[in-house]
Ligand binder design. Structure first.
Ligand code: UDP
Ligand code: MG
Length: 336
């Protein structure tokens, strides 16, 4: 039975319990969109990282093919022939990385899960450290980027501005410079998968869950193959999704802004009335009238725009469409 948003008991499944006689299984969730050249190098690096961990850990990799139009699926399926640890979830079209990640999380079997990019910008060499923190009891281990020197000035500034704005307004803080690359205990994944929301901003969902959280740090390398599909326009919309799906402050601020402006207008109107009664009608006033009309017109439109941002997202939520549509699911481990 699905739990209704509550995990009451935390049953700790820690790595390698001899009494259970099995190694802990780590599930890597990898959304891929037109990444045919990246699959091979990615799998080789993962294999190299897990080889020394073999006595205590085994792994599976769930690729989520997010409507790729190149030979990504072919590349994955040819590796699947010889590797039963690989799984492939094909979506019916491109749903975007957030939805693809959710599709992957819905299919994991592991005791812990690590969402990771296929382009090797999330260095797999951090995984042993993450697992150490997990062994010590952390249910979430964030991978934080400490040096963004390789990002352009504009990307660094906008990213930093986003985190400040988000954390100033949101009900729950998100850690700065932590992407989707992190370790999540299966219990955390269960909670995240149970969240019904359609507008998904996984970073915020992952930290909303809470639990004991540890952190490892890294410097983000350049992409190994291919190129990023995130344009500034896409990032802007992603940031808006993040903010409007995790805040109510921009809605409520109008109560105070409106109240203050109404009070000031009342005072100003009283002053003008008094002046007219005492001095008489004063015709000039074109500039002040125009300024007030423009100011209030602009503020009204801005406030309506904010309302629109929320209403649009409420509309997506009430339609209750599924987050993604599956075309096919292939589980390498079920073939044998
Ligand atoms: N990705 C995806 N669907 C998309 C866009 C990207 O599944 O619509 C995947 C992509 O294949 C990669 C990861 O998400 O594994 C990160 O994408 P990218 O490297 O383009 O983003 P960046 O590193 O620039 O944030
Ligand atoms: Mg990338």
């Amino acid at each position: 039975m699905k739990n209704k948003g509550q995990i009451v008991q935390i049953a700790k499944t820690r790595p390698y319990d001899p009494s259970q006689g099995r190694r802990s299984l780590v599930s890597l969730v990898v959304p891929v969109f037109n990444e045919q050249q990246s699959i091979g190098p990615f799998l080789d690096r993962i294999e190299a990282v897990f080889a020394p961990l073999a006595p205590t850990y085994s792994y599976e990799i769930i690729f989520v093919n997010d409507g790729s139009r190149d030979a990504t699926e072919f590349a994955i399926r040819s590796r699947m022939q010889s590797d039963p640890r690989l799984g492939l979830v094909n979506l019916s079209r491109n749903f975007g990385k957030e939805a693809a990640l959710s599709a992957g999380l819905d299919h994991i079997r592991g005791d812990a899960c690590i969402p990771i990019d296929v382009d090797l910008q999330d260095p797999p060499e951090l995984i042993p450290d993450m697992l150490k923190h997990w062994e010590q009891g952390a249910l979430v281990v964030n991978a934080k980027r400490i040096c963004r020197a390789r990002d352009s000035w504009i990307k660094r500034t906008t990213a930093s501005g986003f985190y400040s704005l988000f954390n100033a307004m949101a009900d729950h803080q998100i850690p700065r410079d932590v992407g989707d690359y992190r370790l999540l205990d299966k219990q955390v994944v269960e909670v995240v998968c149970d969240m019904g929301e359609r507008v998904r901003f996984n970073k915020a969902l992952f930290s909303w869950v809470g639990f004991e959280t540890a952190e490892v740090t890294f410097t983000r390398p350049e992409r190994e193959n291919g190129s990023s599909t995130w344009s500034y326009w896409r990032l802007w919309n992603f940031a808006l999704d993040g903010i409007f799906s995790s805040t109510t402050a921009p809605l409520r601020v109008w109560t105070y802004a409106g109240g203050l402006l109404a009070l000031m207008s009342f005072l100003y109107a009283s002053a003008i009335l008094l002046r007219t009664l005492i001095i008489g009608v004063d015709v000039p006033g074109y500039a002040s009238t125009l300024i007030l009309i423009l100011l209030f017109g602009g503020l009204n439109l801005f406030a309506i725009g904010i309302l629109g941002e929320y209403i649009g997202r409420i509309y997506s939520e009430v339609r209750e469409r599924p987050l993604y549509v599956l075309r096919s699911v292939h589980k390498g481990w079920e073939k044998t």
